[in-house]
Structures are given as C-alpha cells and as structure tokens.
Design a protein around this ligand. Structure first.
Ligand code: SF4
Length: 200
C-alpha cells in the first residue's frame, strides 16, 4: 500500500495530534532530554544480536507491516517459543508506565502487523520500562484492537488533511520536545473561544 503510515505516527497521534502533524506532515523534530534518553536505550537494545536459548529464540529490530491496515514499523524484540508456537513482542521504553494509551496502541499495532505477516494469533505482549526496570504485560484484547484501528483511521485522516491542528495546552506539553516550536500556551485559543461564547 503506497500510503502506509508508520506505527510511530499512531503513538504520536495518541500523545497529541498536533505533535503528530509536526513530525509526519511538517517533518519537524527536535530532541529533548527525554527523547535523547529514549534513543540511547533503543540503540542499546538494537545492537544485540538475535539469540537462541532452550525453547526460546529472540529476534531484534523486527520490521513489521500490515498490507490490509496500511501500517508499518519496527518492533524492538520478538520472543519465539515453540511447541506450541507462541510469539511475544516486547517494546522497550525509557520511562515508566504511562496514563496515556500511546505505548499500548503502538504495541497493539505491532501485534496486528505480526498476525498479518506470520498467520498467528497473539493474546498478550509486553512493554519494558527502563525507569522501573520491569515488564508490563498488555492483553491484546478486543477493546485495544478496536481502539488501535480507530487511531489508525484518525491518523490517516490527519495526514491526508495535511494541516496542523490547533494547539491545546495539556499535561502532555510538559514532556513534549516540540514545546518551544509549538508555544501551546500562546497558541491555545480555546479560552478565547469560551470567553467569546459567554460574551455573546
Ligand atoms: S507542545 Fe503540547 S500542543 Fe504542542 S505539539 Fe507538544 S503536546 Fe502538542
């Protein structure tokens, strides 16, 4: 599919649609302290070779795509157990478990791709968080699958529209590397709109 969208765009969309548009429409990116730490972690994860232990194989930096959903990306680690065959994707994250669904949606999108490519069914996957140094198991249930599919549609619509959505200041802005570029407080006109509504 020519208009396949990167799975990272889904994660950015859940974090903030405006951030997603900056990165995937305007092609703007700025690292901050948090993203630089994340890059370091991923370089370390991806520098390890594939390995085989008793009844467990691992693949790293696995390219995935789904023709039917029109998405593609890369997952950090795939654990493969035989007899019965069981695939477990593991995505590494710098911080700790988040309130936002952005990591879970990213992981689910990777699972949907793997299911398409390898003709398997995956019931759970894992997020590994550096700050707490442990795995969080994520059930790939119907609710998360539906949510991920609706994020894919919303992200596709945003990218097709090709426009930067209006800024809306939120708690996410504090961790956003595009804060200085976006200036969400200065550009957030939602309060003006509310004032205007009540004045009229
Ligand atoms: S600063 Fe806030 S509104 Fe602007 S792109 Fe980042 S998260 Fe979105």
């Amino acid at each position: 599919m020519d208009d396949s969208i990167p799975i990272s765009a889904l994660q950015h969309y859940v974090f903030c649609p405006r951030q997603c548009a900056y990165i995937h429409i305007e092609r703007v990116w700025q690292d901050n302290y948090l993203t630089a730490l994340g890059n370091q972690l991923h370089q370390r994860v991806h520098s390890h070779e594939a390995e085989t232990r008793v009844n467990l194989r691992t693949e790293r930096s696995v390219q995935v795509q789904s023709q039917s959903l029109g998405i593609h990306g890369q997952l950090d680690l795939l654990e493969i157990r035989d007899d019965p065959l069981c695939l477990t994707p593991v995505e590494y994250k710098r911080g700790k478990p988040k309130v936002s669904d952005c990591d879970r949606v990213q992981l689910c999108a990777q699972v949907l791709c793997l299911e398409d490519m390898r003709d398997v069914s995956i019931k759970r996957a894992a997020l590994w968080y550096w700050q707490v140094r442990k795995r969080e198991w994520i059930a790939i249930d119907q609710a998360l699958r539906r949510q991920t599919q609706s994020i894919i549609s919303a992200t596709r619509a945003l990218l097709a529209a090709g426009e930067l959505p209006a800024a809306g200041y939120s708690s996410a802005c504090k961790a956003c590397s595009l804060f200085d570029l976006c200036m969400p407080k200065q550009n957030d006109h939602s309060q003006d709109y509310v004032k205007q509504l009540f004045c009229e």
